[in-house]
Write a protein that binds this ligand. Structure first.
Ligand code: GTP
Ligand code: MG
Length: 173
């Protein structure tokens, strides 16, 4: 954690997208600062945070962009995707609708982002197993058909958040 005064070999821009309240901002807080809040406010506009990691002996600065899932709070779409080399497409495993909207997000992503962008589908809130509304197999199959990576995460419990970012960053690399 923390950006030391080290030489940076690469800067990779990664964007977070998905419906409001699926946990995009908390996934970012967990990855960038190892923090989590249950009283997270809806994002307005665009925010970003960075974290520098060492991957295959190179220092990689991950610049993670986060925007509002709510249409009315969203910023200019083309600017958000510009230069992005990775994308995290997030839904909430306990809210079916957020998974049903994934094809729309994917369409937006594919029409605005670089065609070589690395995409991971993320089913967040895996700690809410007792409220699960999206079977893991359904998401896995969707991801496979669309050529996406896939992981279930919990920003709350810090499960797989690191792995999700590493999957994307390593593949970009
Ligand atoms: P917008 O900014 O409106 O697009 O929403 P968002 O996707 O950034 O959601 P946010 O990170 O603000 O989280 C929404 C709510 O879900 C907050 O109350 C979070 O605390 C909660 N939350 C986020 N991640 C998890 C998780 O892994 N598990 C559980 N149980 N709750 C979570
Ligand atoms: Mg947010």
């Amino acid at each position: 954690y923390g950006d030391a005064n080290q030489k940076i070999d690469y800067v990779f821009k990664v964007v977070l997208i998905g419906d409001s309240a699926v946990g995009k901002s908390q996934i970012l807080a967990r990855f960038a600062r190892n923090e989590f809040s249950l009283e997270s406010k809806a994002t307005i506009g665009v925010e970003f945070q960075t974290r520098t990691l060492v991957i295959q002996h190179k220092s990689v600065k991950a610049q993670i962009w986060d925007t509002a899932g709510q249409e009315r709070y969203r910023a200019v779409t083309s600017a958000y995707y510009r230069g992005a080399v990775g994308a995290m497409l997030v839904y909430d495993i306990a809210k079916r609708q957020t998974f049903d909207h994934i094809p729309r997000w994917l369409e937006e992503l594919r029409s605005h982002a670089d065609k070589n962008i690395v995409i991971i589908l993320i089913g967040n809130k895996s700690d809410l197993e007792h409220q699960r509304a999206v079977p893991t197999e359904d998401a896995k199959e969707f991801a496979q058909n669309e050529g996406l990576f896939f992981l279930e995460t919990s920003a709350l419990e810090a499960t797989n958040v690191e792995s999700a970012f590493l999957t994307v960053l390593t593949e970009i690399f």
